[in-house]
Design a protein around this ligand. Structure first.
Ligand SMILES: C[S@@+](CC[C@H](N)C(=O)[O-])C[C@H]1O[C@@H](n2cnc3c(N)ncnc32)[C@H](O)[C@@H]1O
Length: 349
């Protein structure tokens, strides 16, 4: 159930078709068809920002991607009088439209990086970082001073992390028993979406999010309108320099540790150990290093794929956790659109 959202992946495989789907959302062609069983091609295209041939091309691309179909005889020509409808499989993907459109938007944004700057990416992360839109967008240096411009900038990339986490958190919640905890600390907890998804399922749980000041500010607005607002608090700070808040019996690291180099990883896990009471637990939920010769590389994966240098093997995490003194270390591999690691560990009681 929690992985139903992966149905969207089939529409994000091919870059040209995915870009066409994004255009169909932008031209509100998808909205027009979503509310109705079927519609004539000329009725659908009338008043949209495309000429008839452009619209016909777009519909043919969408048909190739299994987004739309026509009952007309003679193939998918999409002539004026033909009627067009959304396919059943695309209708099943539409409830996950927030994630689908976010992935389309960010893939298009970073596709230019991949095509123009692949030589830089192959040479070094630093060279790629200096030339890429992706890393310009994820500029944590702009997350310290709370200004309107910085909040707007952060809100943009936080849309991607929030949408991915909205659905990934549900898989994590299904695989780990959060009910045994009363207070969690989500380090690098971003908009609070991970805490929100977990707290929504566990009424006795409260959560504290540690993140950079601008991110906490934007996150507090995100959580503000939810029923869980009184159970999720934000602690602006620097996870590397500041002591972690005490009092939690669970510390979660959701897609954060890959951001940090190997020499910093033990420092962060050691700080987690120090903040936990005896018997307290730690959860790491992260993409694992994946093998591009086996895993598929759909277009929709570009925004996370470009961080390929950062993802680690489970053995690496297990070793560092053991070195920090954690016991009862357990690794579970979960297949989402790419392989994820759910690693749990405890501070000896
Ligand atoms: C890759 S994002 C993951 C966000 C979130 N956990 C999720 O999965 O959606 C990493 C997070 O770490 C935060 N971060 C980066 N450097 C930080 C620092 N020095 N102190 C606190 N938070 C930091 C970022 O602002 C961001 O929210």
């Amino acid at each position: 159930m929690s992985r139903d959202y992966l149905i969207i992946e089939q529409f994000l495989i091919d870059a040209l078709q995915a870009r066409a789907l994004q255009a169909a959302f932008d031209l509100q062609i998808i909205d027009a068809l979503a509310d109705i069983d079927e519609m004539s091609v000329d009725g659908l295209l009338r008043g949209r920002n495309c000429d008839f041939s452009g619209g016909q091309f777009l519909l043919q691309m969408l048909a190739q991607n299994d987004v739309v179909a026509t009952a007309a005889a003679g193939g998918q020509r999409f002539r004026d009088g033909d009627s067009v409808r959304l396919t059943d499989v695309f209708r099943r993907a539409l409830p996950f439209r927030d994630l689908l459109t976010t992935k389309l938007e960010f893939s298009t944004l970073v596709a230019a990086d991949y095509f123009a700057n692949l030589p830089n990416l192959l040479r070094s992360e630093d060279e790629f970082t200096a030339s890429s839109k992706l890393f310009e967008l994820f500029d944590y240096g702009r997350c310290l001073d709370i200004t309107t411009a910085n909040c707007m900038h952060a809100a943009r990339w936080m849309q991607l992390t929030t949408m991915l986490t909205r659905y990934e958190a549900r898989v994590c919640a299904e695989s780990y028993d959060f009910a045994r905890h009363s207070q969690m600390l989500d380090v690098g907890g971003n908009s609070g979406e991970f805490s929100l998804q977990i707290c929504r399922r566990h009424a006795n749980l409260t959560a504290q999010v540690v993140d950079l000041p601008v991110v906490c500010h934007v996150g507090a607005r995100h959580i503000g309108g939810t029923c869980e607002v009184d159970r999720i608090s934000f602690s602006p700070g620097n996870m590397l320099e500041d002591t972690f808040p005490q009092g939690c019996d669970l510390i979660t690291w959701k897609s954060v540790l890959h951001d940090w180099p190997d020499d910093v990883l033990p420092i962060l896990l050691q700080k987690s150990y120090a903040a936990l009471p005896p018997g307290g637990r730690l959860v790491i939920f992260e993409r694992q290093r994946w093998d591009f010769s086996h895993e598929v590389t759909p277009y929709g994966l570009l925004p996370v794929m470009l961080f390929f240098r950062s993802y680690r093997s489970p053995e690496h995490y297990v070793q560092v956790l053991a070195d920090c003194g954690f016991v009862d270390v357990h690794v579970e591999k979960l297949q989402l659109e790419v392989p994820f690691l759910l690693i749990t560990a405890a501070k000896a009681g």
